[in-house]
Design a protein around this ligand. Structure first.
Ligand code: AMO
Length: 450
């Protein structure tokens, strides 16, 4: 018999079907055995009646056994219908069970009601915990975020390209970079596709990439990873940094719409409410943000070169109260604080035309206008103490005519975390890497601090 997906079972009432999947739950009730079976499309309840020839095999099954089940699809009597669960109006009457693979006894309770693991255990057992409905919902949503980013970029005529991960120089500056031994020479894992997206943009005008970036973050916070999925865009012929803001806002709007349409069940399961994106997301300069924070609760960060985690949290709270928006753009950072490629504001070159987008208290995007004039770029290369030899390929592009341009990058895990209201970025990462973990813990001090 041909395999039927569990989500399609209601179309087969009164018929005999064959499904394949895992034993999600086993409940023994008197002489009957109840199961929830699970495949990639969902779950269904099945019952093995005392007279069923499947009873002897059923007695041997444990959670996570992989089975092929032949069964009759029955409509449940009205009093047993459960509207709240998938397939709550049907039940499988199990006729035959074939074991396709056995499973050892589980190390912890994986049932819906009993699942309550601390994060360390959850991550130590990722191979198993990925099967839980909560994680399935999180990572389906994450896949839709990435798909939607691609869809939106393509709809705006952007070309996807693959950025390299091994680079001769650091793009973002700072010490947060992994050095690798490369045939006796020094190379680095890419901190960002920044320089490459700019090069490719000079040839194709509008480009995007979905790739890994690596940050040697020496801190163990709830929002930092060492390996991140970055959604990058870069494009030419912009009028001003505001084009960057507007394109990123439209991208977010599209992504949120897709989540609403395609992930309603997963959002409900996680009790997640999508963040509110109003028609025009508020934009404040760094200085205005600091003034607002001071006026709000007397916290004086005026003159600081950046917003720290607490400032970001308070600013979002203020903006939410004022406008209802869960998002806020912060624009105009001190030029010297940011990477060499960011465009200084011509009217006030101490500040640049870089912009960050915060959502629900955390930054999840950076972007802005870039320097496109070769002489100005070289001036910054010198002032930032960079070695022009190491970035000669990038610089070459700018010797041959580059239009006004800019771009942005989202961190996928931060987006997932903030959209779903998760407390720790590791919950939004299938295989999180941080200074304490590569699959398993590298030492005995847990994975999280603040
Ligand atoms: P930035 O360094 O701000 O900008 O990174 C862009 C976005 O990537 C995510 N991110 C991180 N997420 C988790 N852990 C980390 N250690 C981490 N570091 C970064 C964040 C952040 O907003 N080249 C510029 C982008 C541009 O201007 O186009 C850049 O890399 O969500």
């Amino acid at each position: 018999m041909e395999r039927i997906l569990i989500k399609n079972l209601p179309e087969h009432i009164e018929r005999e079907v064959s499904i394949q999947g895992w034993v999600d739950v086993r409940r023994d009730q008197g002489k009957m055995i109840f199961f929830d079976f699970r495949d990639r499309s969902g779950k269904v309840q099945g019952v093995v009646l005392p007279a069923s020839s499947a009873l002897e095999t059923a007695k041997t099954l444990r959670h996570e056994y992989v089975v092929e089940v032949n069964a009759k699809v029955n409509a449940r009597p009205p009093k047993n219908v459960n509207e709240k669960v998938q397939n709550g109006s049907i039940e499988l009457e199990v006729l035959e069970i074939k074991v396709l693979a056995e499973a050892e006894a589980l190390p912890f309770d994986m049932s819906e009601s009993g699942y309550n693991l601390d994060l360390t255990t959850e991550l130590d057992h990722r191979a198993l915990t990925l099967r839980h409905s909560r994680n399935q919902a999180i990572f389906k949503i994450q896949a839709v975020i990435i798909d939607s980013f691609r869809e939106y970029m393509k709809s705006q005529d952007f070309l996807e390209f693959q950025a390299p991960s091994i680079t001769p120089a650091t793009a973002e500056g700072g010490a947060e970079v992994f050095e690798v031994q490369y045939f006796g020479k020094k190379a680095y894992l890419s901190q960002s596709p920044q320089l490459y997206k700019q090069i490719v943009m000079t040839a194709f005008e509008r480009v995007f990439s979905v790739n890994k970036i690596f940050r040697a973050e020496p801190s163990a916070t709830t929002r930092h990873l060492t390996e991140v999925v970055s959604l990058d865009a870069e494009w030419a012929f912009i009028k001003s940094w505001e084009d960057i803001r507007d394109m990123s806002e439209n991208t977010v709007r599209y992504i949120l719409k897709q989540l609403e349409e395609r992930c309603a069940a997963e959002l409900l399961h996680l009790k997640a409410e999508l963040p509110v994106l109003i028609e025009h997301t508020p934009t404040v300069t760094l200085t205005e943000a600091q003034d607002k924070i001071f006026a709000f609760n007397g916290r004086d960060v005026r003159g600081d070169k950046d917003l720290n985690a607490e400032d970001e949290r308070i600013l979002c709270e203020i903006v939410k109260g004022e406008t209802g928006s869960d998002f806020v753009y912060v624009y105009g950072y001190p030029t010297k604080q940011k990477p060499f490629y960011v465009y200084p504001n011509p009217e006030n070159p101490e500040f640049n035309e870089g912009v960050d987008l915060l959502c629900r208290g955390r930054e999840w995007l950076s972007g802005g206008r870039r320097i496109n004039d070769y002489a100005q770029l070289m001036k910054h290369v010198k002032e930032w103490g960079m070695d022009p030899e190491k970035i000669s390929m990038f610089l070459e592009a700018f010797r041959y005519g580059v239009p006004p341009e800019g771009g942005f990058a989202f961190g996928v895990e931060r987006m997932t975390m903030q959209i779903l209201g998760l407390e720790n970025i590791r919950e939004a990462t299938m295989f999180p890497r941080d200074m304490h973990r590569i699959d398993s813990s590298l030492n005995q001090t847990g994975p999280t601090a603040n």
